[in-house]
Write a protein that binds this ligand. Structure first.
Ligand SMILES: Nc1ncnc2c1ncn2[C@@H]1O[C@H](COP(=O)(O)OP(=O)(O)O)[C@@H](O)[C@H]1O
Ligand SMILES: [Mg+2]
Length: 356
């Protein structure tokens, strides 16, 4: 869902304002420290009730104030978010909601910044989170299975840790297996879809870098999940936690059979990360039949001109609402011919730039 208007009050260093966005392209310029990332962050927080910069969105409250407010008009709904030192309140169309996921579901959003490039070198958890973001938005059954799995895993780990009532392990194993199987099937299927989408749509960005994506199950290849739980039960009891299962899944990324982290140059790795990201964005926007919001923070300092051109060319063909921050007040060549809005940030004051 595209966001057409944002009002923000006492968010980071930004002066309170209301901004009308373009449905397709929004460019944000300004010197270092002016507030560009803060503006992108405000949009992200309004969509996610979380930040990409901090685990505590309390940190986003302006230092001299006691709380921030965000309000946005999206296609088909309005969302408001208020955070003070003590609590968070989220409203959709004026009604307070209890579950964060109700908000998150409504407006898929992703961010590309320097951290996006840890997808390859980072822990398996980063890659799982990446794949799960896609599943959350395209598979209606994902969220409930995920919730059930988390609950069962927590209970099982509690038993293993306290070592009391170990008889109950059989029960929790069963309870764990059902959602695990569902999630396993979804993750496997979407790992394959990712590979296909990349081959069909984004090969150009890879410029010949071979890339193979394989789902890697979080238990030994020679067993199924029930067997692995049974086989590792004694070790789990000894160690006090569940060692194998879908919480140990990974995406195996290889180039000519070698792990991409071990063989690709820094520049090539960045391209692989971007291609993966574009592929999940495409899967989500195709499934939801509405634009996904993509925030791009300082791509220009991460990629050379040629790579930028390739990326922008692809972005233009996708159903996205883009917010791109950049120090310079220049419009990327690929976007020049399109309609766009530009905002300039100076010491926290955001001004739309009028072109005549
Ligand atoms: N909670 C806050 N209250 C007030 N100012 C803040 C807060 N958090 C960060 N800042 C300041 O906001 C300024 C803008 O930061 P940022 O958005 O990262 O700028 P840019 O992305 O344009 O380089 C920085 O000078 C930073 O110190
Ligand atoms: Mg910044």
């Amino acid at each position: 869902m595209a966001i057409s208007q944002l009002s923000l009050t006492d968010f980071r260093n930004l002066k309170s304002t209301t901004l009308d966005f373009d449905r397709g392209f929004n460019l944000i310029s300004g010197d270092n420290g002016s507030g560009k990332t803060s503006l992108l962050e405000a949009i992200y927080v309004l969509c996610q009730a979380q930040s990409f910069r901090t685990h505590q969105i309390k940190q986003c409250i302006n230092h001299d104030k006691s709380g921030f407010l965000l309000f946005g008009r999206f296609d088909g709904f309005k969302a408001g978010l208020a955070r003070n030192q003590h609590k968070l309140e989220i409203r959709i169309d004026g009604e307070t909601i209890k579950r964060r996921s109700e908000l998150v579901k409504k407006s898929p959003i992703q961010v590309v910044n320097a951290d996006s490039f840890v997808l390859i070198e980072g822990s398996p958890g980063k890659r799982r989170a990446f794949l799960d973001w896609c599943l959350f938005h395209v598979e209606p059954a994902y969220a409930e299975n995920w919730r059930r799995f988390q609950h069962a895993l927590k209970q099982r780990n509690r038993l293993l840790k306290t070592k009391q009532d170990l008889k109950q392990l059989d029960y929790w194993d069963q309870y764990l297996l059902e959602p695990s199987n569902e999630l396993y099937v979804m993750r496997k299927q979407y790992s394959e879809k990712l590979q296909l989408v990349i081959r069909d749509c984004f090969e150009e960005i890879l410029e010949g870098i071979p890339l193979a994506i394989d789902y890697q199950q979080g238990w030994p290849d020679d067993t199924d999940l029930p067997q692995s739980l049974e086989r590792s039960r004694e070790r789990d009891i000894r160690l006090g936690f569940t060692g194998e299962g879908i919480h140990r899944d990974d995406l195996d990324l290889r180039s000519n059979g070698i792990r991409v982290g071990e063989v690709l140059s820094r520049g090539q790795s960045k391209r692989v990360c971007l291609v993966l990201l574009l592929a999940v964005l495409k899967l989500v926007s195709d499934a939801s039949h509405s634009p996904v919001i993509l925030l791009i923070d300082d791509l220009h300092s991460e990629l050379d001109q040629h790579a930028q051109q390739l990326i922008y060319r692809q972005l233009l063909q996708m159903d996205l609402q883009l917010f791109i921050s950049n120090i310079e007040q220049v419009v990327p060549a690929a976007i020049e011919a399109k309609e766009f809005k530009m905002f300039h940030v100076e010491h926290g004051i955001i001004r739309p730039r009028i072109f005549s």
